[in-house]
Design a protein around this ligand. Structure first.
Ligand SMILES: Nc1nc2c(ncn2[C@@H]2O[C@H](COP(=O)(O)OP(=O)(O)OP(=O)(O)O)[C@@H](O)[C@H]2O)c(=O)[nH]1
Ligand SMILES: [Mg+2]
Length: 222
């Protein structure tokens, strides 16, 4: 046990160093970047499919689709119209790390991107510890998961700047209370910017699209 802690903190400090390099490279190129995290199935890929359809003509979007196995999500994003999509299969690891991102970044033409979105592995625990060099973490929570999840997995909500509450079309089918979900999330992180959306019906997605466009503009100093 005594040896495990120093090794783990060494891994994390090496990860932070690499993440810092990634962040400065992306900022130099004025690319706004997001790390999308959630439990499996909350709707990360669906949100990205909708984002591609809505913004592809206005913003040059690069996408990294992280998964433990399969390139299914990357293929979905390509099918949705994504033009710069890279799969990142961890082959067992339960999170992405900065070294994996460094390995995949050279496959993009960074001078041709405005926005880079990394879809992390579906997992509400481990990805919270690994900085990928992103500007902001975005955590998704969907209605079927329950409104108590911010309290049970606080690190993810504390380290995220944005919460997307997805699957609002399913409100009323369980005891999920949207106001309680927001209150629980804000009790962990009062600064969370919250979007309540349905990727199925498209409800309120426009607010997410507007925010993304604002962030991209701000990254370019516009
Ligand atoms: N009812 C409803 N279903 C949704 C919504 N958004 C996504 N889904 C469904 O939820 C399921 C999982 O969505 P994905 O987008 O694959 O979720 P994910 O977070 O990318 O999953 P992993 O990559 O495996 O972690 C799919 O069947 C989607 O169609 C929504 O707003 N409402
Ligand atoms: Mg996915």
């Amino acid at each position: 046990m005594n040896q495990i802690i120093p090794i783990q903190s060494k891994i994390l400090s090496e990860n932070d160093r690499l993440a810092g390099e990634i962040r400065s490279e992306l900022r130099k190129k004025k690319i706004f970047s997001l790390n999308l995290v959630s439990s499996p199935g909350a709707g990360k890929t669906t949100l990205l499919e909708k984002t591609i359809s809505a913004l592809q003509d206005r913003i040059r979007i690069g996408l990294i689709a992280g998964d433990v196995q399969t390139e299914n999500d990357a293929n979905r994003l390509l099918k949705a119209g994504g033009t710069a999509v890279q799969p990142l299969v961890t082959a067992g690891a339960c999170h992405l790390d900065a070294k994996m991102i460094s390995g995949v970044l050279p496959r993009f033409d960074l001078s041709n991107l405005d926005l880079l979105i990394i879809e992390n592995v579906g997992n509400l625990v481990c990805p919270s510890s690994y900085d990928l060099g992103e500007d902001k973490k975005v955590v998704l929570l969907s209605v079927p998961e329950g409104d108590d999840k911010p309290l049970k997995y606080p690190a993810m909500f504390r380290r995220s700047a944005v919460l997307v509450l997805n699957k609002t079309d399913l409100l009323g089918t369980s005891d999920f209370d949207i106001e309680r979900a927001k209150m629980n999330a804000r009790s962990i992180n009062p600064d969370l910017h919250i979007f309540a959306v349905s990727c199925r019906t498209g409800d309120c997605l426009v607010d997410w699209f507007d925010w993304l466009q604002e962030m991209v503009k701000a990254s370019k100093g516009l």
